[in-house]
Write a protein that binds this ligand. Structure first.
Ligand code: UD1
Length: 420
């Protein structure tokens, strides 16, 4: 049954939201549990389809996975297969991250190539180049990567681009390679630090200094108990929903430094932003001012908030420009926002031009990926009349309890099956 969200827009959102664990942290952490046979407890695991996909993946590879509470999971047992099922990798690109732990554990891994997706081509060349530096022999057969290394060897690795996934993959390989590996120009997203802390909890010896990651590999891995970092992108999405509706929204249990670029941009647009140790509150001061936004690897403005902030800027005073530099085609929301009356266009150099208007109108729109979906929900909340967002499967991959959270802020939002 396909479902859609029906939003009656125009309500001012007010209230607070407790932010759940980060999808982008939980996924690599679950993959990393393959490194140990001992019992691992993960807390603050978000209830999301992508997380279920990764839990199913490690289960297929031999792990025993038990939910021990609404957001806690126990993962234990030895790897019994080093072949990742194609349907799970196809469902979610992050499943490719099981490659390094499988290699480290068994000396061999077969993982289908994740292929392209709705936001761009997304190759894995940086993962593979780095693994080769660690002595991994890589072959490709029938759309699968077959990687072999009886003994991973430590080495220096320079990443041509600070890819989040490649940094995570190489970190998980490096902890299995005896000796010192240094990764230069690694990604610095908070989720990388979370993986590093989790690996340390399991027994790894590593340190991070900006974009340089140093690993003394070859440790034994034991049991662990770890709380997943909070989701800075979900926090940012609710902050932006508050701004779009002229409201006042507080996001709690999140580290303000993880979302600084958004807070600073919002202040520049005239929004009142109050940061406390573990919370951020935004308070709209009327229509936001126009902005220029460019997406970059952390600590730059996150690409995952590009679509959500674009929705807000369709309602800003004056002309805004949003440039996407991380992905090569992440604009599924632009045509849909146009249908809602936004004055918006995208050039082939990945730049979005927006002439802010004082209102959007509700209509039928389709989410083409997770963050495009979030952007349409934000637009729908601010728009006049009824917005119907289809493509719920994308939103379910990345936002837990979206509907109830928005309802708690005062939104009128309903989830209905597409045929009534
Ligand atoms: C992760 C996040 C995603 C976020 C992205 C950038 C997860 C599960 N997903 O995705 O939400 O939008 O970081 O912050 O954590 N690239 C290559 N070769 C490679 C790897 C990447 O060219 O081997 C390119 C990609 O095509 C893309 C760019 O690098 O254009 C960034 O990708 P990357 O940082 O790897 O993102 P993901 O780890 O896939």
């Amino acid at each position: 049954m396909t479902e859609k969200l029906t939003i009656r827009g125009g309500k001012t959102l007010e209230g607070k939201i407790e932010i759940a664990g980060a999808k982008n942290s939980a996924l690599p952490l679950i993959a990393a549990t393959l490194l140990t046979e001992k019992e691992v407890y993960l807390e603050n695991v978000p209830r999301l389809d992508d997380v279920q996909t990764m839990l199913n993946m490690v289960r297929e590879l031999g792990k025993d996975v038990t939910a021990t509470g609404p957001d806690t999971v126990r993962i234990t047992g030895a790897v019994s297969s080093n072949q990742a099922p194609a349907e799970l990798v196809r469902k979610m690109r992050a499943s490719f991250l099981v490659l390094a732990p499988l290699l480290g554990k068994t000396g061999r891994a077969e993982v289908p190539l994740p292929g392209g997706c709705n936001i761009g081509t997304r190759p894995v060349n940086l993962h593979l180049q780095g693994l080769k530096r660690l002595g991994v022999e890589i072959n490709q057969d029938d759309g699968r990567i077959i990687a072999r290394a009886n003994n991973l060897r430590s080495n220096d690795i320079f990443l041509d681009y600070p890819s989040v996934g490649a940094t995570e993959q190489l970190l998980m390989a490096a902890v299995c390679a005896k000796g010192k590996t240094t990764i230069y120009n690694g990604a610095q997203e908070p989720e990388i630090r979370d993986l590093a802390l989790f690996l340390t909890e399991l027994g790894a010896d590593l340190s991070l200094k900006g974009s340089v990651l140093t690993v003394n590999g070859g440790s034994e891995f034991g049991k662990g108990n770890y709380k997943v970092l909070s989701d800075r992108i979900a926090a940012g999405t609710y902050m932006l929903a508050g701004v779009a509706t002229g409201g006042k929204v507080k996001v709690e249990s999140v580290d303000p430094s993880s979302i600084k670029p958004l807070s600073l941009k919002l202040r520049k647009a005239g929004v009142k932003v109050e940061e406390n140790e573990r919370s951020i509150q935004i308070e709209s001061q009327g229509r936001p001012d126009n902005l220029e936004v460019i997406t970059l690897p952390f600590p730059g403005f996150p690409t995952d908030l590009q679509a959500p902030i674009t929705s807000v800027l369709t309602l800003a005073k004056g002309k805004s420009v949003v440039k996407e530099t991380v992905f090569d085609s992440r604009f599924g929301h632009v045509a849909e926002l146009s249908k809602m009356g936004a004055d918006i266009s995208v050039t082939n150099s990945n730049t979005v031009f927006i002439e802010g208007k004082n209102k959007l109108r509700g209509t039928e729109v389709e989410a083409t990926d997770i963050r495009a979906g979030a952007s349409l929900v934000i637009a729908g909340l601010a728009a006049e009349g009824k917005t119907e967002v289809s493509g719920m499967k994308h939103l379910d991959r990345g936002y837990s309890e979206l509907q109830s959270h928005l309802e708690s802020l005062g939104a009128t939002i309903e989830r209905v099956s597409e045929n009534g």
